[in-house]
Write a new protein. Structure first.
Length: 435
């Protein structure tokens, strides 16, 4: 997908009296099961979204290492790729034998598992092992929290950056822009020189949705955005939403021709082959930069001078795992997730996959083999909040007309006002259903 700000409450760091939660199942107090999973035969199933290498090999290796340390714990794996995962996870969690551990995105995507009682309350485990949970940025745990309780363990972190071709910028005497007006001036000079300023492959509309995620964050006041991104209160009537779409429309003349006809893979190839000067990529795409034949760098999405939103918030999200409320072995499942997010396993994840990890210090000179990874990870570790992908944070009935409307706008078949009218209609329907 993709995918899917931090609109969820903070994890409580003090000692809480834990009662039954409204939604997910409740975990026993940390340690209540003693060495369950260590002294008796335990079978766990983990469901994740990486059937391809090198990610599959990484998980297989972690499971093998965990089994060596805990020989009585057997872990079987179900892995389902991409868009299919989003459909099949609902089926698997609804059957009589759901997976004990399952991957999830955050935002509305993950919160539905909490509302439906599918996710186990992990608060006692998080609070009961501060040495472990404290090695992960608190903001990442916040993304898996609701009403002061934690329902998931963050694992990997992904954020958006503008990648740029330093050779083209040097040839044209350009510097990375910091403001929107500077950005437009840079794009003008790149276009005049005969390059495609920005590649865009929006055949799958989440791609432009990432631009919209950031533009809404920059343009819309934080309190308005929080209200509208809540399925029970969303209205989307603030004119700043139209302003955000107008900013996206302003970029249309700098994109390649027919962006809706190109895939994200086509967009990547434009940049990797030196055809486009700038690309709005994820940090998960560092792995494609190994063999490029030019110097490249990163810059953040520019601040927008007239924007009412927060200008320094990064777009992105952690991804992670929840434990089924129906599991018979919660302590063993938590123990595996602790092992998965230990520093050694996190460094292994970074080195083998070139993805970033949520574990502090795991992206370092030994584990990161791609330029710019350490710098990006250090910036993310300091982040207090992020803007979650719009197609994760919003109810599907809202983001679908939003992103299809953007496709139509890029085709010249719609405009910002018409898009927002459709979004407002959808938001009213969702709001009514949520009450």
């Amino acid at each position: 997908m993709k995918k899917r700000m931090w609109g969820t409450p903070a994890v409580l760091l003090g000692i809480l009296l834990l009662g039954a939660c409204s939604g997910g199942g409740s975990a026993p107090a940390a340690g209540a099961e003693g060495q369950e999973g260590m002294d008796e035969e335990v079978k766990l199933t983990i469901l994740h979204r990486w059937p391809n290498q090198p990610m599959k090999g990484y998980f297989d290796g972690v499971i093998e290492e965990f089994h060596k340390a805990h020989p009585k714990v057997e872990i079987s794996v179900i892995n389902i790729l991409g868009e299919d995962y989003k459909q099949k996870v609902n089926v698997l969690l609804g059957n009589n034998n759901p997976p004990d551990i399952f991957f999830t995105w955050v935002g509305e995507y993950g919160e539905k598992f909490i509302r439906e009682g599918k996710a186990l309350d992990l608060t006692s485990y998080v609070q009961g092992d501060a040495a472990w949970s404290g090695s992960i940025n608190k903001a990442y745990f916040n993304a898996f929290s609701k009403d002061g309780k934690t329902y998931g363990v963050p694992f990997s972190i992904d954020a958006k950056k503008f990648y740029y071709n330093k050779d083209i910028f040097a040839k044209l005497s350009l510097q990375p822009p910091k403001t929107w007006n500077e950005f437009i001036a840079v794009l003008d000079k790149v276009k005049e020189a005969g390059y495609t300023p920005i590649g865009l492959g929006n055949k799958a509309p989440w791609v432009a949705g990432h631009y919209l995620t950031t533009l809404n964050q920059r343009m819309v006041a934080p309190e308005v955005l929080a209200k509208d991104y809540n399925r029970a209160t969303g209205e989307f009537t603030d004119p700043a939403y139209i302003g955000a779409l107008e900013k996206l429309g302003q970029l249309k003349s700098y994109f390649n021709a027919d962006p809706n006809a190109l895939s994200h893979e086509d967009e990547k190839n434009l940049f990797l082959n030196g055809k486009s000067a700038v690309a709005y990529f994820e940090t998960n795409e560092f792995r494609f930069m190994k063999d490029v034949k030019f110097q490249w760098g990163l810059f953040d999405f520019p601040s927008i001078e007239e924007g009412k939103g927060k200008q320094d918030v990064l777009t992105g999200a952690p991804e992670g795992f929840m434990i089924s409320a129906a599991t018979k072995h919660p302590a063993a499942a938590v123990e595996f997730l602790k092992f998965l997010t230990s520093k050694g396993m996190a460094e292994k994840w970074v080195k083998e996959t070139n993805y970033l990890s949520v574990v502090q210090g795991s992206v370092n000179s030994s584990s990161a083999v791609i330029p710019n990874m350490v710098e990006a990870a250090q910036q993310l570790e300091k982040a207090e909040s992020m803007a979650l992908w719009i197609d994760n944070v919003l109810d599907g009935r809202v983001f679908q007309p939003y992103l299809s409307g953007v496709q139509k706008m890029l085709n010249g078949e719609s405009d910002p006002s018409r898009i927002m009218k459709d979004v407002q209609t959808a938001a009213k329907e969702v709001q009514g259903a949520a009450k």
